[in-house]
Design a protein around this ligand. Structure first.
Ligand SMILES: [Zn+2]
Ligand SMILES: [Zn+2]
Length: 280
């Protein structure tokens, strides 16, 4: 079974990516949650161009990606789940959950360490919040994420199918929870028991540093709940809140060339360790 799934890897990835993206973009057009401030053409062109740049740089930089490493680890008995004797489903679900926890912790770290915040704040500098925001990450952050993910996959000895499923879920949930849609309050509440909803992640894109530095989860909301980083709603409401960070607020900052040099520009203000100063 897992051979069949892994053989179809590129198709599964592309179908999930394009499928979820198309559904969310149509939904945003039909029933937007917030009024847009920036014409779509500027943000969409540059955000999609960034995805192309990211993909090329990632492919050229790593000889092996996460699923490939998982297959190699299985073959050579590397990592926890390839050494200890546990039922297949424990290794399968355990790997997905622990990978998700690792991504949560990585996200917290990228907010806390000033040098890493310089890379990650580019994701936050988008001035509107829609499905394409979920794809907007600096290429150096993408490389750092992959290096961390490879280390976690190797140490866990995660099954290749788990790694593939984890990556597909993360990609799909990221597009979903960045989309400019509103779910009925009851549906949002029910979904939030096990999934990060757009209303939950939108809080993370608020310009208010106390809200920027909350809701770090991408797929499941449990880590934020367990570890005390959960904020239910933005103080100014979803329509009144301002999206972005204090720095980089011009339309020109949304262009690809400016996004790429953002880590080098200005101070690294607004990161999580800055909070104490902000509140004084
Ligand atoms: Zn963030
Ligand atoms: Zn985000």
């Amino acid at each position: 079974m897992s051979e069949i799934i892994l053989a179809a890897e590129p198709t599964i990835r592309l179908a999930a990516f394009l499928g979820v993206l198309a559904v969310m973009m149509i939904w945003e057009l039909a029933a937007p949650r917030r009024r847009r401030d920036i014409p779509r053409v500027i943000r969409w062109t540059n955000n999609f161009a960034l995805v192309v740049v990211d993909t090329i740089i990632l492919r050229l930089s790593f000889p092996i990606l996460a699923v490939g490493l998982a297959m190699l680890a299985e073959e050579r008995d590397w990592g926890l789940f390839n050494v200890i004797d546990v039922p297949g489903w424990v290794a399968f679900t355990g790997s997905i959950l622990l990978l998700d926890l690792a991504i949560y912790l990585q996200h917290v770290m990228f907010h806390a360490v000033p040098g890493l915040w310089r890379l990650h704040r580019m994701h936050h500098a988008d001035l509107d919040f829609d499905a394409t925001t979920g794809l907007r990450f600096h290429p150096v952050e993408i490389l750092a994420s992959m290096a961390i993910k490879l280390a976690v996959v190797g140490a866990l000895g995660a099954p290749a199918v788990s790694v593939l499923l984890f990556e597909v879920i993360l990609n799909a949930t990221s597009i979903f929870n960045h989309s400019n849609i509103g779910l009925p309050a009851g549906v949002d509440r029910a979904l939030r028991l096990f999934l990060v909803t757009p209303d939950m992640h939108r809080v993370h894109h608020s310009v208010d540093p106390r809200e920027t530095n909350s809701n770090y989860g991408f797929s499941v909301p449990w880590w934020d709940r367990l570890l005390g980083t959960y904020v239910a709603q933005p103080a100014k409401g979803h329509e009144g809140m301002e999206i972005g960070i204090e720095q980089f607020r011009t339309r020109r900052d949304l262009w690809l060339d400016r996004m790429l040099i953002q880590p080098l520009r200005g101070p690294a203000s607004g990161h999580a360790l800055d909070l104490g100063n902000e509140q004084k």
